[in-house]
Design a protein around this ligand. Structure first.
Ligand SMILES: Cc1ncc(C[n+]2csc(CCOP(=O)(O)OP(=O)(O)O)c2C)c(N)n1
Length: 439
């Protein structure tokens, strides 16, 4: 039996927290998974409203507070959006509630590294509460937020924000609309992740038979799936895109495995979510690489009569790893699904197209292939009517996922190399490491 024990905060810790907050004008709350596990979403929202403090979400914290709430800036960190990261950079106090402050949330400890920026944490785990030299409140999130709110109200606290929150949200909303509208046009197209495979895109468009871009598909799905659906993901480029672009409205409608970002979790995780939430539609968002690694729980879903929906984004490769390779100077190596070429002996032959709909149909899954938005809309509507598991094989162009929004990620790169691009990447890493907090 899982019980929420609701460890109360020590009085001295609350006094420290109030003292620190009273000295700060630009706080930002980081809403972590602990807010959801403590069932503290409504308390966090009330806390933010009471003192006019914006909040940003980690992957695990998404769907604790509605995405449309005017104080919710959305995802923060390496896979965060422009609004949350801009406010994070200007914040003089980061209030982490139920967050482990992972590498992605903190931008490898570079994002909250301003000289005047302090950290306050509310966490039931002392280990996480003490990270980043924080002022710790070791307590259950809900209990601590209630106690802290009473004391801050008595002290008359209010943040110093005027129009910054609204302006950041408006700027991101404009950018979101741009991402939602990106269309591929042969000959005159610069993808979001530019300068890598620009010349190969027409070949991909032809092999996939599709001009769909990933950002456009995600925006459409956010409209089509319905607020109460549960979105499940884990690996590839989709978690980053979802953290940035997905506005989760209903509580617990977003379930991302981002502790290990384990490929293959998506479908097995979706089956688990369905068993826990039988009345909700559950959608696994998986890349083609992840689907190939593990999708056998689709068969279990058929055996058990548990309907799940798989949204498979086929970009013909390990897209995000290709981005990392090419973004760090080493070129494309083994991450595009190409045949080994007889003439070069390398994996640089023709693209290997896979009909994923046919593979899943063999299991008894109802399947669709989407190469246009119209086909996608039709497939989603029809999938909702089914009582057995479904799979939509969505053909999307590589490099059309979102790119970064001002947060760094410490990716290992060779420190000694004869390749100028790698040397440059290594130099840049050294520069960022100097700016980042050491611990
Ligand atoms: C079990 C496991 N192995 C390796 C990785 C490293 N990894 C992360 S994403 C990825 C490729 C994902 O490709 P795909 O699922 O097609 O998604 P895309 O990046 O194209 O969106 C790899 C190999 C991982 N996260 N999990």
């Amino acid at each position: 039996m899982h019980r929420i024990e609701r460890r109360p905060a020590a009085e001295a810790a609350l006094e420290d927290a109030v003292r620190l907050m009273m000295s700060k004008r630009k706080p930002l709350i980081i809403c972590g998974g602990g807010v959801r596990y403590s069932e503290a979403g409504a308390e966090l929202q009330a806390f933010a409203e009471a003192f006019h403090i914006p909040l940003a979400e980690t992957q695990a914290g998404k769907s604790a507070v509605p995405g449309s709430h005017p104080l919710n800036l959305g995802g923060v960190g390496v896979t965060g959006n422009g609004a949350a990261n801009a406010i994070a950079k200007e914040a003089d106090l980061i209030i982490g509630v139920g967050t482990r402050f992972t590498d992605f949330t903190t931008g490898s400890k570079e994002l909250f590294s301003g000289s005047g920026t302090d950290i306050l944490t509310v966490n039931v785990s002392e280990f996480h509460a003490l990270k980043l030299e924080a002022t710790p409140v070791v307590a259950d999130a809900k209990a601590a937020l209630i106690a802290l709110r009473q004391r801050l109200e008595a002290a008359g606290y209010r943040s110093g924000y005027t129009a910054e929150i609204e302006a950041a949200r408006a700027a991101w909303s404009k950018e979101w609309k741009r991402l939602a509208g990106i269309q591929y046009a042969p000959g005159a197209f610069t993808p979001e992740v530019a300068g890598h495979l620009d010349e190969a895109l027409p070949e991909y468009a032809q092999a996939l038979g599709s001009c769909l871009t990933q950002t456009r598909v995600l925006a459409a799905l956010n409209r089509l799936l319905g607020d109460d659906a549960v979105v499940v993901g884990a690996s590839g480029s989709l978690p980053g895109d979802l953290q940035r672009m997905w506005a989760a409205e209903a509580p617990h409608s977003y379930h991302m495995e981002y502790g290990y970002s384990c490929m293959g979790y998506e479908i097995s995780g979706a089956l688990g979510v369905k068993m826990a939430e039988p009345d909700r539609e559950v959608y696994a968002f998986a890349g083609d690489g992840s689907y190939l690694m593990l999708h056998s729980e689709l068969v279990t879903s058929i055996q058990e009569g548990q309907k799940i929906n798989v949204l498979l984004f086929d970009n013909n490769g390990f897209g995000c790893i290709n981005n990392l390779q090419m973004g760090h100077g080493m070129g494309s190596f083994g991450t595009e699904f190409r045949a080994r070429s007889a003439s070069t002996g390398k994996l640089d032959g023709p693209l290997v197209g896979i009909d994923f709909a046919r593979s899943a149909a063999g299991y008894g899954v109802i399947t669709y292939t989407a190469r246009t938005l119209e086909e996608l809309e039709h497939a989603v509507a029809d999938a909702k009517r089914q009582t057995v598991s479904t799979l939509i094989d969505i053909k999307v162009l590589p490099k059309t996922m979102t790119n970064g929004y001002g947060a760094w990620w410490n990716v290992g790169v060779a420190e000694v190399s004869g390749k100028p691009d790698i040397a440059r990447a290594s130099e840049e890493r050294r520069r960022f490491l100097q700016q980042a907090r050491p611990y």
